[in-house]
Write a protein that binds this ligand. Structure first.
Ligand code: ADP
Length: 284
């Protein structure tokens, strides 16, 4: 295994080329994502986030450019796309809409069963995945329909985890959840990254939501990578982000307002806790 899980070189994607619906959805994307990183891909609706992540497990093939997984060009002849999909797991938006088995446990078994594993391994994987998402044991053999939104989403994430991916990609994993449910799921992903060492890539339209969790933010705008860096670095461009309608965390604005009033606060604070510490220090 190389250090770099995913490498993208000058990737372009055009929907329906040569028709009236032609759309250049990804423009000259170059990215490297190391193993074990927790990455947030942020951008407006239509900025190209979903198109980008569908390239990562080979669901969509680039119009031109290259994509390497563990150093191997996935577009070369004979490349094993099935193996790629086993290693790069994709959790779609509202994945709980695809829970259809009679029990939560059976639902989580679905992925590994399809990988052709024997029943015993499938069940072990399902059990382990449900433990990893902290799903309550008394609900394992209940039907999925009765669960809360957050619990359903845990089951859906466990279903992909049970396939033992090296990279877990999630499209808007917190969509439709209340703030508590959102923090629960993001906290869970952070813990999985730490405990299991897997690479996690999540798509969100809110920088504020993911700021406290991810190692790195990639901002997409009109099919291009606009910024790419640790959250603090990206938020330092808050004026440019605002110009394209993306908001930095509220803390960023507060700290800049205070600084303009002559209060010596830390402008790189991005979390409420950091802001509190910096403000308390300034007034001491
Ligand atoms: P995001 O996930 O950031 O909302 P998408 O990747 O879904 O963005 O879309 C990027 C651009 O490609 C948008 O302009 C969208 O309208 C267009 N697009 C997405 N899917 C299709 C499709 N199947 N056919 C044509 N254009 C599409």
């Amino acid at each position: 295994m190389t250090d770099i899980a995913i490498k993208i070189e000058h990737l372009n994607y055009v929907y329906s080329p040569g028709t009236a619906y032609e759309k250049h959805a990804l423009k000259d994307i170059c990215l490297e994502i190391p193993h074990g990183e927790f990455v947030g891909i942020i951008g407006h609706t239509g900025s190209g986030k979903s198109t980008l992540i569908q390239h990562l497990n080979g669901l969509v093939k680039a119009t031109d450019g290259a994509l390497y997984y563990n150093g191997e060009n996935i577009y070369q002849n004979g490349y094993d796309m099935r193996a790629l999909r086993n290693q790069v797991g994709l959790v779609f938006q509202y994945p709980e809409h695809q829970l259809f088995e009679t029990t939560n446990f059976e639902d989580v078994c679905f992925g590994p069963k399809n990988q052709g594993l024997d029943r015993k391994t499938v069940e072990l994987r399902a059990y382990e995945a449900l433990q990893n998402v902290h799903f309550p044991e008394d609900l394992y053999y209940q039907p999925p329909f009765d669960l809360s939104g957050g619990q359903k989403r845990r089951v859906a994430i466990a279903g992909v985890l049970a396939m033992h991916p090296d990279v877990l990609i999630l499209d808007e994993p917190t969509a439709g959840l209340d703030p508590a449910g959102r923090d629960e799921i993001l906290g869970l992903l952070l813990q999985m990254k730490k405990d299991l060492g897997i690479t996690i890539i999540l798509v969100s339209h809110s920088m504020e939501d993911v700021a406290e969790y991810v190692d790195r933010i990639i901002v997409m705008n009109s099919g291009e990578v606009m910024f790419d860096g640790v959250p603090k670095e990206v938020f330092s461009h808050y004026k440019e982000l605002e110009a394209v309608g993306l908001a930095a965390p509220q803390v960023t604005y507060l700290m800049h307002d205070l600084a303009e009033k002559g209060i010596p606060v830390d402008l790189s604070a991005t979390t409420v806790a950091e802001a509190r510490d910096s403000i308390l220090k300034a007034f001491k």
